[in-house]
Design a protein around this ligand. Structure first.
Ligand SMILES: [Zn+2]
Length: 358
């Protein structure tokens, strides 16, 4: 299956469809079963996954598990699972969940008063101060002997995060005014937590036990999450609305191979963390809601029918004005492609912070 990555680099959606078919037609890999202590029952794979293969089995139902509505959907698994149905229905939170989230956000902001961007308006004249975010990193290892992600790589990842949020990945990018400060790193050996997938019991148990700090603290879990059938999950995150109700489940989980210099080609410059933290700060995918009028609830991100893969610049999938925002951190493009948040997204992140995390 080492061709999966190469196929992923083909530009057209047609190619993506072809790839998904190829993956679906592939025989199930002889993956090793993880000997987790919980009932998560994740089927592990060999190291092929960490080298950047998108999927190693024929499962197409990886994203149908419980809990997905509250977590960010993975990039790669998204493609393979959505494509057979036509790639037109990206997952992520359901529209009903989003509506409830929006009502809650508006109500909280109304109580707080002051200018907001809650209806997707760009609060262009609002210049909130830089928010400092404490970061607690939780490194997961599958076995005692396994090599942990080094402190150097973690510090590099925090630098990537800070550069991105300071608008330094692109000369025209705006400063999002969030500053991330590494507070502590702990290391835990637990095979099922290491591979804990989206919405799994293992993932919840892990977060409940390891979470540190209050709602203002970013808890970053570094493991090797997998969806069913051995598909790689680049990362997932909880939304701020969720933090209010379940503070200990709040946080971001990333695949170690997505860190700078990691093994997942195309997605190894550290921008998965930037993307997931965007969700953690209240942003939806740029393709959320497709071509609908409200789509991602941000006015200055043009509507987009489907996620982008690789870097299809000049793509325009909706009749509404503007090319698809494929260079936005909240799309699914390669790390080398994505490089900014818009002013509307930045205003929304600060609104979310005010409502849920201050
Ligand atoms: Zn996402």
């Amino acid at each position: 299956m080492s061709d999966a990555r190469r196929l992923l680099t083909l530009p057209a959606l047609v190619a993506a469809l072809a790839m998904a078919s190829a993956l679906l037609a592939a025989p199930a890999s002889a993956g090793t079963t993880s000997a987790g202590t919980t009932s998560a029952g994740t089927t592990g794979t060999d190291e092929a996954g960490a080298r950047g293969t998108v999927a190693t089995s024929s499962s197409a139902s990886a994203l149908d598990g419980p809990g997905k509505a509250d977590d960010c959907e993975p990039h790669a698994a998204r493609l393979t699972a959505a494509a057979p149905a036509g790639i037109a229905r990206p997952d992520g939170p359901s529209e009903a969940t989003v509506r409830a989230y929006e009502r809650d956000l508006r109500a909280r902001l109304a109580r707080l008063g002051g200018p907001t961007s809650a209806r997707g308006l760009i609060a262009g004249d609002v210049q909130p101060r830089t928010r400092k975010v404490k970061v607690f990193v939780h490194v997961l290892k599958p076995t005692q002997k396994a090599k942990r992600v080094s402190g150097r790589r973690i510090r590099k990842q925090i630098r990537v995060l800070n550069r991105a949020y300071a608008g330094r990945q692109w000369r025209r990018a705006e400063n999002a005014r969030f500053r991330f400060e590494l507070r502590d790193v702990d290391v835990t050996t637990n095979k099922s937590w290491y591979r804990a997938e989206l919405g799994s019991r293992a993932s919840k148990r892990m977060r409940r036990q390891l979470h540190r700090g209050g709602t203002r603290a970013l808890n970053l879990y570094i493991g090797k999450p997998e969806a069913g059938g051995g598909m790689i999950v680049l990362g997932y995150a909880s939304f701020p609305q969720k933090a209010a109700k379940r503070p200990r489940l709040d946080g971001v989980v990333i695949h170690r191979g997505s860190m700078r210099g990691g093994g997942i080609r195309g997605y190894n410059r550290g921008d998965t963390t930037v993307h997931e933290v965007g969700h953690w700060l209240g942003l939806y995918h740029t393709f959320h809601g497709g071509c609908s009028k409200r789509n991602d609830r941000v006015a200055d991100t043009p509507a987009e029918a489907v996620p982008s893969f690789r870097c299809p610049t000049n793509r325009d999938s909706c009749a509404a004005e503007g090319d698809d925002p494929v260079r936005n951190f909240m799309d699914y493009s390669f790390d080398s492609c994505m490089h900014h948040f818009t002013a509307g997204q930045i205003a929304r992140m600060h609104d979310s912070w005010r409502a849920y995390r201050r």
